[in-house]
Design a protein around this ligand. Structure first.
Ligand code: SIN
Ligand code: MN
Length: 211
């Protein structure tokens, strides 16, 4: 990889039974009382994912986190389930990093789903400066994930994120540009009964000292 150290692709981190349990949880959450929705970002573009934030809501108009979904339906953001936060901590620990996740963005991609190249830079400045990692978990259809460097024009690697894979970027790689160029349809393990892809990205907004 041409990007700075601190990025790890953990292939097949989750066995099928764990994938199945997380998929069931994602389905319940995204079709729950506070459901996933397609955000409209600054400038009016519709995103190409269905999104549900847990723990803190990412506002696609202000690019800030908030407790209620003020860019959509003003609902209170659902809590991040402890078992999901624990999973993120386990993944981070497996590469020697620490993450006490307090928020997660759950995205559902259909066959047309994608996400442009961007940095995750809306968490607290303290968390980003400390290099607290983003932990990503992929379930269902394979994604062609793009991972570059700290400048948009830096060389970019294409990585296939398959069901059960995790990807971690922290430390010097925390602000690396990344995105999803395409979904590879019909690649989801049949045992999951999932058409499309769920991706969860866990982050830690606040450090214990920053409130
Ligand atoms: C994201 O960058 O927020 C999502 C990445 C992914 O879907 O793999
Ligand atoms: Mn991102």
């Amino acid at each position: 990889m041409s990007s700075p150290s601190g990025a790890f692709h953990l292939k097949s981190f989750l066995p099928l039974d764990r994938q199945r349990a997380i998929v069931a949880c994602c389905r319940t959450l995204i079709d729950g009382d506070v459901p996933g929705y397609v955000p409209v970002v600054r400038g009016g573009g519709r995103m190409h994912v269905r999104m549900l934030c847990l723990g803190r809501h990412w506002n696609g108009q202000t690019y800030r986190y908030e407790p209620t979904r003020s860019d959509y339906d003003h609902a209170a953001v659902p809590p991040l389930p402890a078992e999901l936060a624990d999973l993120a901590g386990e993944i981070a620990a497996s590469v020697g990093m620490t993450l006490r996740a307090d928020l997660c963005i759950l995205n559902y991609y259909d066959a047309e789903g994608r996400m442009g190249l961007h940095q995750d830079k809306d968490e607290s400045p303290e968390s980003i400066a400390a290099g607290v990692p983003v932990v990503s978990v992929s379930l269902g259809d394979t994604a062609r994930f793009l991972f570059g460097g700290l400048r948009r024009r830096d060389p970019i690697d294409a990585v296939l994120l398959k069901s059960g894979d995790a990807f971690v970027f922290g430390g010097p790689a925390r602000l690396c540009y990344h995105g999803v160029s395409r979904i590879v349809p019909s690649t989801s393990p049949p045992e999951l009964g999932l058409v499309g892809r769920f991706n969860l990205t866990f982050r830690q907004y606040s450090l214990p000292t920053s409130g």
